[in-house]
Design a protein around this ligand. Sequence first.
Ligand code: HEM
Length: 499
Amino acid sequence: MELWVILLCTLVSSLLGGLYVLGVFRRRRPNEPPLDKGTIPWLGHLLEFRKDSSEFLKRMQRKHGDVFTVLIGGYYFTFVMDPFCFGAIVKESRSKLDFTTSATQLVVQVFGYKPTKATHSIVHASSTKHLMGDGLTALTQATMESFRKLMLFSLSSGDKRVWKEENLFHYCYNIIFRAGYLALYGTEPARGAGNEEKAEEQDRLHSNQIFHEFRKYDRLFPRLAFAMLPPKDKREAERLKRHFWNVLSVKKVWQKDNISDWISDQDQLLAENGVPEYMRDRFMFMLLWAAQGNTGPTAFWLLLYLLKHPEALKAVRDEVDKVLRESGQEVKAGSPPVTITRDMLSRTPLLDSALEETLRLVAAPMLTRAVLEDTSLRTSSGTEFTLRKGDRLALFPHISVHMNPEIHEEPHKFKYDRFVNPDGTKKDFYRNGKKVKFVNMPWGAGVSTCPGRFFASAEMKLFVFLMLSHYDLELVNEEEEIPLLPPSHVLLLCCCYRS
Ligand code: HEM
């Protein structure tokens, strides 16, 4: 008899536990934001969110207002769409709103790397030292050298005024990925390859192979992050992961010449903190994705927007030409390739603004924090909400800030000089006479702000600088509307040496 009672109790409690996990008992408590669990237990709104996050969030905002909680794949996310709350959220103590919890889950799932307590501070300390300030000067130089190796090496061979067709997206992504990869992870030692020319050739070949495998992973990434891959793709993702752990293994990386201090310092610090070698191999892969997954696509959009807006193209090209002239250099057939320095890149306010405008239009990060304690949140209209412990807080600045017509006039238009005053200083933005702090958030905010943002900007600007100063550029399908997603068929005509 007693056994039956125990079995029955176990059954009932498992059933209740299951229903709890599915979200059946979750109710909105006083002061909590509106709750929308969708119609499918546990999954909630996952499918709609995955299909088009922007449209889903706009629909929810229309239905519930600026703050709402939704069930997505077993997690309750409270989205805050009021940009005037962002300052308080970003400053909230880590004991209440924590960045690392959700980031850790993603990193384990996607890269197989299990972050230790020290990881976040190691990444940020090394990035402050090597991706900013003097460190950035050296890295910009190394990136310039990679661009020379990948883009400019054929110019001196008399390959002039011959129009070539390239797929714009592929070209931008390929060149920037490879330039960044060689600058960060090092180059083939000349002594191993035989001579410098052979070593350069190997760098070109090897970086191209890495890029092609990376793109395969890149395509699987969004569904991998949501754990929604069918078995065949799952096996392919697993294969690719292992491939990268191998080609980027610390053993192989340390055999290279010219490894960036950013990579070598982080590996050394992790090793000193007791992280085993196989985990450091995985960390290398994670860094590659963080560093190279966004710069190529963003540079594609920047170049495409410039090509679609002739007045912007002319203004930015004039600026680039002026900076080049002032440095005493000239792009000319038969002359040695030009060198663009970090100092030259700091004298391009129009290019800066065009890049910022591109990021405003295309960057759509979702910033999340785990709610570790019940936390109160006051909106700009004075309503006070309680965020529930165990939930996630999420910001999606693309809708609430980047496309907000109260912050940005005609937000859907590309205005290359939106962020710059006529005298070259940065523009301020106001709403009802009050200065707005968060006007563009492509790099995230607060504790999780992208530590590579200055290097990323330098890489993309360097690439566009070289493209505009060296080539005449034309889109093949001039009349075509700007696409919503990177198309495979946007073509570029490029010609060595400008006429
Ligand atoms: C257009 C280019 C880039 C964009 C739009 C971008 C954007 C971002 C964003 C939004 C985050 C924060 C994610 C979050 O809060 O969850 C982030 C994190 C990060 N980014 Fe970037 N990034 C870019 C390029 C780079 C580059 C070039 C590097 C390094 C060389 C880099 C290194 C990192 C790292 C290591 C993190 C994780 C930081 C942490 O754990 O706190 N990023 N990036």
